[in-house]
Structures are given as structure tokens and as C-alpha cells.
Design a protein around this ligand. Sequence first.
Ligand code: ATP
Ligand code: MG
Length: 349
Amino acid sequence: MSEYSLALIPGDGIGVDVVAAALVPLEAVADKHGFSVRHTSFDWSCARFLETGAMMPDDGLEQLSLHDAVLLGAVGWPAQVPDSVSLHGLLLPIRKGFDQYVNMRPHLLLPGITGPLRKSEFDILVIRENTEGEYSGAGGRVHQGTQNEVAVETAIFTRAAVERILRYGFEQARSRSGRLASVTKSNAQKHTMVFWDDVTDELAAEYPDVTVTRYHIDAIAARFVTHPETLDVVVASNLFGDILSDIGAAIQGGLGFAASANINPDGGFPSMFEPVHGSAPDIAGQGIANPIATIWSVSQMLQHLGERDAAADLLRALGTVTATPARLTPDCGGSGTTDTVAAQVAAAL
Ligand code: ATP
Ligand code: MG
């Protein structure tokens, strides 16, 4: 029997509630599919920062590296700790340190959910470059505070990083519909984005079975709303992927449904799975946070660990529960709680 070792970072606010809840269906699906999951919980959070001055210990990455995967709830408590501290003290070091260069977000309407477009079908997989590009942090300001002030932000695109994220996109497209949308703004940005297009064309020759369509970010953003059925796998840079996956999250029913995976495909380091939402201080501690995004992230984790049947079964169980929206949490108009929703998903297994 396979046994997986999981590092839990519940974090702050509703992160604590949704991670605890997600363990219930995880155990159920593991029992059913004949594997087991051992987990170790780490109290790394803004609360820890306020006590010790650090979001996580110096050897945090070493500790995590002993596990097969990381499940994170949410970190952030903006009333007491600036977001830059929680981001740069925990999330970014893990993503960077473990070279989790793929950020993968499934945007799919679960049964019973219609979203703001009032559609019954929406299924787009956004693959976002997670290490460089527009978020490289290169740049600065000169002549500060004067009329001549200038701010520069340099987007850095390396062949190695562009090639590996596009390759991941091609592979995903191959495993789904065979359609890949590659996103740039190469009509306006003539260096980085033309480079991205060039690498896309080079790789396209290696994947004759995949149909690639290039879109500009503005056009594809509109297409998400008007013709989403024409899209399947969408691969984009750090900034453009960030924007598109927020549009996708809105269309699939909101933050309570948006799951994400930070993947190191080479397997040298653990990958990290987390709901897209934050700590939601306004509803923290009330037991009403929607656990679906986190349970869905657990499904992504199982897929990554190679437990494909269990991953699909867990997603199916989620759909069984969402088919009756009255059972969901208040953000979906239901009267359920974090724990009752998680228990129903476990029961649906
Ligand atoms: P962060 O800065 O960590 O991204 P944020 O303040 O931007 O956090 P979120 O915590 O992501 O925002 O959430 C925004 C709002 O959406 C919350 O205040 C909450 O009302 C709602 N929300 C987010 N996640 C959930 C959830 N899982 N269940 C119910 N409501 C949620
Ligand atoms: Mg936010």
C-alpha cells in the first residue's frame, strides 16, 4: 500500500478551517482507493510572525522537503502584518526554493453551479508561469519625489523558463482536447512577447498533434466571457496568467471554488497545493468558509502524486454535493458550514 507524507500549513484565518475540513474527504478517498496519507502540521503563519518575528523557521524548506507534497490554507493577516511580509516570508520562498514553476488552475463549473455567465459548461485550465516574467522584481525608481521621477519595471523572460512552461502547456493540451492557447501581447511588447511567440512556434513543430492558437491578453480576456467553449488549455506568463485565472475563478462561481497547484514537474522538490483565496478575516473563525477550493486542491495533489482514480473520484464527489447548492456554505447561498460540506463530500465517496 502506498503511503504519502503530507506537510500541512494551515496558516491564518479561514486557512485553518478549510485545511482541517479537507482532511476528512482526503481520508475517505485514501481508504477507498487503498493508500494512506500521514500528515505533519506546521504552525507557520502571521500569528507565528507576531510571536517570533519570522513566518517560518530558517530551516523551513529543509523540513518541507522531507514530504511528498505541501497543502497550504492561506497566509495573511493584513490588519497586523503587511501582506509583503507574509508573501515574502513564506509563500514566495517555498515557490522559488522548490522551483514550482507551474501554477495550474482548473476553472470548471461544477454541477449545480452556474456562475455569473449563467452557463452550464465552462472548462478551462490556466497554466501560469510562476517564477519570472513581469514579476521578476527587476527595476527601480530614480529622481524620487521630483517632477523627473521615473519608475522602471523590467520583465525578464529566459529561454529555459519560457520553454519549460510552454512545454508543460503542450503536454497538458495533448492529455486533454489537443488545443492550446498561448497568450502574449506581442503587438505592443516587442521583445519579451515576440520571444514567447517564437518559442511557441519552435515547440509547435514538436507537437504536431496539438493545435496552437496565439491570443493577445485583451482578446482572450474577452473570449473567456463571450466564447469560453473555444478554449481549453491556456498557457500564459506570470502577470497574464494571474489575470486570466481571476477571471476564470469569477466565472466558475467565485473564490470559494478556485483551486491551485504550484508544481515542480521534475519531482526534485515537493509541489504545493492551495486554494486561491486568502485568509478572509471577515469570516474567520465562524466555521462558514467554503472548503471546496481546498478539497479541489487536494484532488490536484492526488493527481500529481499519481493517484489519478482517487483524484477523479474526489472531484466527482465534489460535484455530487454542489449539485444541491442549498447544502453549500453561505457564499453560495446555502446554509451549510465548512464541516458539513466536507462531511458530505466524504459521504459522497
Ligand atoms: P489575501 O490578501 O490573503 O488575498 P483578500 O483580503 O484579498 O485576502 P480573500 O481572503 O481571498 O481576500 O477573500 C476576499 C473575500 O471573499 C473574503 O473577505 C470573503 O468574504 C470571501 N471569501 C474568500 N474565500 C472564501 C471562502 N473559502 N469561503 C467563503 N468566502 C470566501
Ligand atoms: Mg487578495
